[in-house]
Design a protein around this ligand. Structure first.
Ligand code: NI
Length: 264
């Protein structure tokens, strides 16, 4: 089965046809999806989708653009939700210096705070990092590197929509034990760095994701994305690595299960 490890089906982009679209996923081979919270308002929406659909799991956290809303009340809510059996991770959390909506200090502090919640509950994290490579690796090394609280955690997390260099990818995976989320961007013409990353990094570190409604792969680039587009990403990864599409699906399913679904 294909596991889409990063979706935003709670987004208003799906308001008109959410039910119909979600109903199509299982028969299209999309066996599980993880709906990732971004804003404080999305936390409840994520939980209610996981209650409504068997194959929808969730992650709770505030995106770096939204950390102005990370109040004590929101943190308490996250602490409650993270104990629910279908809430499998903390995310998406991290640093975004592209939109730069919150001060860097505030983003870093909120990133650390949310990582501590994940670590206290033994859950993996889903990292969003844009134009912030140096500070992201610094925080991740501080909290998951040698001698840190997270060093021996069996399940650390994923660099969502990985976009840094192949060299940094080696450090995140082999040295720090993180996975890389690969989505539609890998099919884009200007994705040379990402293609090189997928070539170099062993399959056991790669996860499939859409980030839908965003980042549709070619040939649907620019349209609303959904998990139904993941076969294009599978095909591209298979082509880059010179292996069968089946092998990509099998390995990424196993990786997603290891990271997010240790109980099967
Ligand atoms: Ni996302």
């Amino acid at each position: 089965m294909i596991i889409d490890t990063h979706v935003h089906y709670d987004d208003e982009a799906f308001d008109a046809d959410r039910e119909e679209l979600l109903a199509k996923l299982p028969e299209a081979g999309i066996g599980r999806v993880i709906d990732i919270a971004a804003s404080a308002e999305s936390l409840d929406r994520v939980v209610s989708l996981t209650e409504r659909y068997d194959f929808v799991y969730g992650a709770v956290g505030l995106h770096p653009d939204e950390v102005g809303d990370l109040t004590d009340e929101v943190l308490r809510k996250m602490e409650v939700y993270i104990n629910m059996p279908k809430i499998v991770a903390v995310g998406e959390i991290g640093l975004d210096y592209y939109w730069d909506r919150e001060a860097h200090e505030r983003q870093i502090e909120a990133f650390r705070t949310q990582i501590r919640i994940a670590q206290a509950h033994g859950k993996p994290i889903v990292i969003h990092s844009r134009e912030a490579a140096a500070d992201t690796i610094a925080v991740v090394t501080e909290l998951y590197g040698k001698g840190s609280p997270g060093e021996h955690m069996p399940r650390k997390g994923v660099m969502h929509c990985y976009s840094c260099s192949p060299e940094l990818a080696e450090i995140y995976t082999k040295k720090l034990g993180f996975c890389l989320g690969i989505g539609g961007v890998v099919t884009y013409k200007n994705a040379r760095k990402l293609v090189e990353t997928v070539e170099r990094i062993p399959l056991k570190y790669l996860l499939l994701e859409t980030d839908c409604p965003y980042l549709s792969p070619v040939p649907n680039r620019g349209k609303r994305n959904s998990s139904l587009n993941l076969p294009y990403v599978v095909r591209k990864i298979a082509e880059i690595k010179g292996i069968d599409e089946e092998e990509v699906i099998r390995a990424t399913e196993e990786n997603a299960r290891r990271l997010f679904f240790p109980e099967g």
